[in-house]
Design a protein around this ligand. Sequence first.
Ligand SMILES: NC(=O)C1=CN([C@@H]2O[C@H](COP(=O)(O)OP(=O)(O)OC[C@H]3O[C@@H](n4cnc5c(N)ncnc54)[C@H](OP(=O)(O)O)[C@@H]3O)[C@@H](O)[C@H]2O)C=CC1
Ligand SMILES: N[C@@H](CC=O)C(=O)O
Length: 344
Amino acid sequence: MRLALIGVGNVGKAFIKLLAMKKNFLLLNNIELELCLVANSKGAVYSQFGIDCNNLIGELENGQLLENNIEFKKDVDVIDLIKACGIETVILATPTNKNNGEPGITYIKKFLSYGINVVTADKGPVLIDYHGLAEIAKRNKARLGIGCTTGGALPSINGGIIELAGSDVYKIEGVLNGTTNFILKEMEDKIVSYEEALKTAQLLGIAESNPTLDVEGFDTATKILILSNVIMKSNKKIEDISIQGITDITVEKIQKAKEEGKRYKLIGTAEKTGDDVNISVKLEKINFLSDFYNVEGKNKAVKYYSDTLGELTIVGGASGTIPAAASLLRDIINIYRNNNNEWY
Ligand SMILES: NC(=O)C1=CN([C@@H]2O[C@H](COP(=O)(O)OP(=O)(O)OC[C@H]3O[C@@H](n4cnc5c(N)ncnc54)[C@H](OP(=O)(O)O)[C@@H]3O)[C@@H](O)[C@H]2O)C=CC1
Ligand SMILES: N[C@@H](CC=O)C(=O)O
């Protein structure tokens, strides 16, 4: 399957590195993936025979810009090039824009309308118009992979869609943002300030390019909203959610909670009430009886409540650039298997 990658920041670079690391594994498992195009906002590197990921990641990790690669073409029309050169799946790792979903939403609509699959890390387009994008994909027999948008390595979407198929999921809760969970844990264990813990999360590459999306609760809101719209078939917008972040938390509050045997967690909740769904994001003080008490550091968790398949809690999926890239690869492999009728 011929791939193109748009966005070469923390996640994009990790994706190139992962393809280099997994080259032999993929070959041994008969999964034929070829990265033929890598683009940023200024242009693209393209090779019809496949880009050498090992070389490219070597250059990028040495601090070289994509623009300095010998094959870089400035100001090319990336959409036209991808259409013309037989790319089957595009991986989108552009920044999340919660207001209009751009630039990702324009890319996704175009590619899906050409019948090209899209696997996205960018949450903006899915947040703004999941149902519209799913419709374009269906009409054009293309696949839209969104596993990375609701917690990366945490198998949240697949858990809800595949493992709970046929049941009515009436409530979803989750610790869905690694950055804030990591900050809260650093403040508890190392008694560092909120600002210092945030800086470490940024250095780890897990915070958003605009970290207010994490600490003000928008990233958690985005993920719980996508889970609700996909799994509960709601049609909610970010404006419908009451959102609290962690910006008011202090070391003193966290230490006091610790003395009480409690911990603060930023929890997103979506719950059916009649025909409607209520969605909120709250900083909650929980005790050891909660499934989320031991979800520590960069780890995340999601809990589903269903009528016939009971309660299901999935814990893990630590935030990180390689795990995020690996969740993109997971969706790509599942599309590849589906295309080749290779299940189990
Ligand atoms: N960091 C993580 O752990 C996770 C991140 N995500 C999501 O992944 C996405 C990428 O995150 P991250 O890698 O940290 O972001 P970065 O800001 O590090 O990288 C963004 C990349 O997108 C490129 N870009 C921006 N605008 C355009 C455009 N119009 N056309 C083509 N390329 C463009 C940038 O290019 P240029 O340098 O030229 O501007 C840059 O290469 C985000 O949406 C984030 O929410 C999802 C899961 C986990
Ligand atoms: N900023 C996000 C990255 C993945 O979605 C997080 O901290 O979880």
